[in-house]
Ligand binder design. Structure first.
Ligand code: SF4
Length: 162
């Protein structure tokens, strides 16, 4: 199932991921639901290797939004992005995706498609404010997990997470 194009209306902010100095941050929108990732054999096996269960995660980012329940970690988006918006989150912090909310990330994770840790990894829009709105990531995502919307800049700016 593709990312819900109306996720800011149909979901609530369930987390916030910031850099160490809290200068840049993105929101997480939930609740999530089991989608493509929970049905992909490679993803399922990778989670088993980590001894982790696949549980709903939600949408990461607002301007560049990635539905982590749909993301199967193919990584085309990392390869085509001209401004390196995405990183593989597990190459910076190898923790379950459900533990990512409220954690800090420096953005020093791998930015190449081939740098992925394994299929439990996710494309993290850690630099969504650097997006140039070329839409290439949207076009190459095999599960239509990404929505890029310039008008969501105001949603990002006017949102809060307690
Ligand atoms: S729209 Fe273009 S610049 Fe923005 S995240 Fe996608 S590939 Fe990167």
């Amino acid at each position: 199932m593709p990312i819900d194009p109306n996720f800011p209306k149909n979901h609530k902010i369930t987390g916030r991921v910031s850099d160490i100095l809290d200068k840049n941050f993105y929101y997480i929108w939930g609740p999530g639901e089991n989608k493509e990732a929970s049905q992909n054999e490679d993803v399922i096996n990778a989670y088993k290797d980590h001894d982790e269960s696949i549980t709903p995660i939600g949408v990461h980012g607002t301007i560049v939004a990635v539905d982590w329940d749909s993301c199967v970690a193919q990584g085309n988006c990392l390869d085509v992005c001209p401004t390196d918006v995405f990183q593989w989150y597990r190459t910076e912090k190898n923790i379950p995706a459900t533990d990512v909310p409220k954690r800090t990330f420096s953005g020093r994770g791998m930015i190449e498609r081939t740098g992925r840790l394994d299929r439990t990894d996710k494309a993290q829009p850690i630099r969504e404010m650097d997006c140039s709105f070329c839409m290439q990531c949207v076009q190459v995502c095999p599960t239509v997990a990404i929505k890029v919307d310039q008008s969501n800049i105001s949603v990002h700016e006017n949102s809060k997470f307690p």
